[in-house]
Write a protein that binds this ligand. Structure first.
Ligand SMILES: Cc1cc2nc3c(=O)[nH]c(=O)nc-3n(C[C@H](O)[C@H](O)[C@H](O)COP(=O)(O)O)c2cc1C
Ligand code: SF4
Length: 485
């Protein structure tokens, strides 16, 4: 992952640990309403893909154990990982794109409710993404993948050559010559792996996204409701289809790109279709980017405006993230795909302990506070979730008391210690295992390996019943913690 050149080391800390009475009187441990859905407290585990499903996208025993472990810490809500709305091969990513998925998802919801003793609400993040290919071997790229276009022939002055001759010639080129011969997208396909964009409207399936996506999202949301989820989160963030519609890089000319009013059109239409499918008394929110953090990305002013429009449209909550784009991702190795958390924008999404002067803690707070303030100024009470580098009570409580947000998301801190909020609420905050923001977990995610935390994944491996990673070296969930009776 990209790191700020300053490489200043930051250390997480427990901060001021509250007594049980202080915790009880705090805002963090007070209830909050997401439209029709009440949360017992303002702690929130945001979506995290742990690669626990299988090639069919089923809810496996490992998926149940992963979420069951978070639920034992009784956060206000858990958002189940980005789950695909299409029933297409997607590696071990959970799927909700077919009615066959409902039964497994039902078991997942029941696990979260049971293990949290009914204290935690279960939401699910639903996602669409476009095709991305692995970085090819140059020889294979020139032999098979590259389309030989009239433009290429012209550049090579090879109008009369056979296709085989053009391909053979290209294979012999020195890599330094590639930029002179290939156009930007061809060069990207060779050096990074080909990646579809929402602006590729010459491709029928991309052109038709505005016609296809509302019903796909609506059907997925309906399945989430049937499975018993307490709410659904539309994934409008990071490197995926819906965020790409909101992005300032979306220059579609069919009324779904260009200025921000057109860029938000499909996200609002998707929300409208989802709302129609699930009804008014079901919680629907979205996660989107307070800042894209790429050159030419949307501004905070755009994000503030988007937040206001989402709230006006009737979303029950808004959750923010930042960055995490393909646009500045690092070049993957041959045979691997680009990963949207490897560049500067990736750092903004999951900042680690080697940082710049600002540090990795709370980088998303100021932008989220502006979004919330605009929503309140418009007379709307839509709750806002803020996530990024939060790891202790003092920080979370200050964010809530200042009015930066209404709910505090903790992804990696919850992975490091799923009981952190429970311990804190019981006055045992000094027993919290603090995330060190090393991004070991993110490194596993990048390789699509089962995500674990380095602070506990080698502990008590011989404990009876412990489930281990495919290589048998790591436990898959944090060791149990028993609250005192
Ligand atoms: C392993 C891993 C997987 C993630 N998967 C998702 C995801 O599926 N959807 C999403 O919106 N964010 C995802 N994120 C981003 C987190 O939700 C969160 O925004 C980010 O880690 C920053 O918050 P933190 O500092 O509390 O960890 C993931 C993060 C990690 C570490
Ligand atoms: S591996 Fe654990 S300690 Fe390191 S960043 Fe991830 S959650 Fe935090």
């Amino acid at each position: 992952m990209w790191k700020p050149p300053q490489r200043i080391k930051f250390h997480s800390s427990l901060g001021r640990v509250p007594t049980p009475d202080e915790a009880k009187a705090s805002r963090l441990f007070s209830p909050v309403q997401l439209g029709p859905l009440g949360l017992a407290q303002r702690t929130w585990v945001p979506a995290m893909v742990p690669w626990r499903s299988n090639d069919e996208g089923w809810v496996t025993e490992d998926v149940l154990q992963w979420y069951g472990r978070f639920a034992r810490g009784r956060p206000g809500a858990i958002v189940v990982e980005a789950t695909g709305i299409r029933d297409v091969p997607s590696g071990p990513l959970l799927r909700i794109g077919h009615d066959r998925c409902v039964e497994g998802l039902q078991a997942l919801v029941q696990t979260i409710h049971r293990e949290s003793q009914g204290q935690t609400r279960a939401l699910i993040q639903i996602i669409d993404f476009l095709n991305i290919r692995r970085r090819p071997e140059p020889a294979k790229f020139f032999e098979r993948f590259l389309r030989i276009t009239p433009r290429l022939r012209q550049v090579l002055r090879a109008q009369d050559w056979s296709e085989e001759a053009v391909r053979a010639h290209l294979s012999q080129l020195d890599p330094a010559q590639w930029p002179e011969v290939l156009d930007a997208r061809e060069l990207e396909a060779l050096q990074m792996g080909a990646r579809e964009r929402v602006t590729d409207t010459e491709l029928p399936h991309i052109r038709e996204l505005p016609q296809v996506l509302p019903s796909l999202f609506a059907a997925a949301a309906k399945r989430a409701q049937l499975a018993g989820f307490d709410g659904v989160e539309l994934h409008y963030a990071h490197a995926y289809t819906m965020a790409s519609f909101l992005s300032a890089t979306n220059h579609r000319t069919d009324g779904y790109g260009g200025d921000r009013a057109q860029r938000i059109r499909l996200p609002l239409e998707v929300y409208g279709a989802v709302r129609q499918a699930v009804g008014a008394s079901y919680a629907v929110g979205c996660r989107y980017l307070a800042q894209e953090c790429i050159e030419g990305g949307h501004t905070l002013d755009d994000a503030v405006w988007y937040g206001e429009q989402f709230a006006r449209a009737g979303m029950d909550y808004i959750s923010t993230s930042r960055g995490g784009k393909f646009d500045d991702a690092k070049q993957p190795g041959v045979g691997s795909s680009a990963y949207p958390y490897t560049g500067r924008s990736g750092y903004e999404c999951m900042p680690q302990y080697l940082s710049d002067e600002q540090g990795p803690f709370g980088r998303n707070v100021a932008a989220t506070a502006r979004i919330r303030s605009a929503i309140r100024s418009a007379g709307l009470q839509t709750p806002v979730v803020c996530t990024g580098g939060v790891h202790n009570f003092e920080m979370a409580e200050a964010m809530l008391l200042r009015g930066d947000c209404d709910i505090v998301g903790t992804a990696r801190q919850s992975l490091a210690d799923p009981d952190w909020a429970l311990k804190t609420s019981m006055g045992m905050g000094d027993q919290v295992r603090l995330c060190e923001y090393t991004n070991y977990c993110e490194g596993l995610d990048q390789k699509h390996k089962q995500v674990t935390c380095q602070l506990w994944d080698r502990q008590a491996l011989d404990e009876p019943g412990v489930r281990k990673s495919h290589d048998g070296k790591r436990r898959l969930v944090a060791p149990p913690w028993q609250p005192p009776a």
